[in-house]
Design a protein around this ligand. Sequence first.
Ligand code: AKG
Ligand code: FE2
Length: 378
Amino acid sequence: MAPSAVEVETPVVPDISALKLQALSGPYKELAATKFDADAEAGLKGHKAAKHPAYLPTWDRNEKYAPLEPFEHTEHGKDADLSFPNLLPQGVASVVDLTPTIGTEVRGVQLSTLSNAGKNELARFVAQRKVVAFRDQDFAELSIEKALEYGSYFGRHHIHPTSGAPAGFPEIHVVHRGAGDDSVDRYFANRTSSVAWHSDVSYEQQPPGTTFLYILDKPETGGDTLFVDAVEAYNRLSPAFQQRLHGLKATHSAVEQANASLSRGGIKRREPVINEHPIIRTHPATGEKAIYVNPQFTRDIVGLKKEESDAILKFLYDHLGFGGDFQARVKWQEGTVVVWDNRVTQHSALVDWKNGQRRHLARITPQAERPFETPFEG
Ligand SMILES: O=C(O)CCC(=O)C(=O)O
Ligand SMILES: [Fe+2]
């Protein structure tokens, strides 16, 4: 199916004020200079300095990586104590569910101090609750090296093919927009909405699992992140339709994201890949089944004719996107770390804050197993 918005996984335009122009050359440099100089100018003049300058995004055109190799993923969520004594100690942790099936807010525990037993519980708790917002964390104050060391427990770090990264740390995916410029208004010049549901980099052979996103600087209000529970979305389908989806695979493509990046003067760190994944995947720790197609990266259902594939994918995207009764909305606060399980959720940023305010986040994206399915159970 033609993607609903092909350009990027996260609606982020390279911010040339932070981009290292000297790293660019030839027509690329000219494009960057002509296309983005006005933004750079505004960014420099119009806004307070970044709170976390070490995390400002850079795009190094010379950085190139070989195709990703398969690796053996260890699912730590399988080893967790299901009463979560290390992650959520009684009388210490405050745990509030945002909705019945998806989303929990936790206070009173510091993620950075968790033992390995606590990290196993974190992987499992997040798989069960789909997305968890941990408040008052010190994550953004750790060195980038420490944050990456922490994240590496959960899987091999993914290096994004196109997104901005802090200089020297391609494993960090940076979300940064709106520092004193008009990029929020500009975003809506040719769009009616910023909602762009996706599961991160689902085109990889081993897409991410337990994923961390932490706030560095936030607008006064707005810029919340939406999440949808792809397990509950599966459970809501009739047994007959569930059964029809089992056994089907869909293609997921990185090609459009890479092309869109190049066309706006961005980078391509790796050659884009296309992979096939089951439409219904099983979570390795919980055994839950989830719908695993998304409008950003899924292209077609293998073995079906185009109209058939388009109709089923459109139904599934609408089902996920309009399912307000299995979605959660996370409001960022200073110190919030949001952890989600990318295998059983989709999410969307919202670009709805007041023009000119900075929104700055960092993502740590450990890859997980190759998606697999288990038989329909009725
Ligand atoms: O900016 C956000 O709220 C989410 C961005 C996003 O899609 C991501 O970091 O994976
Ligand atoms: Fe994302």
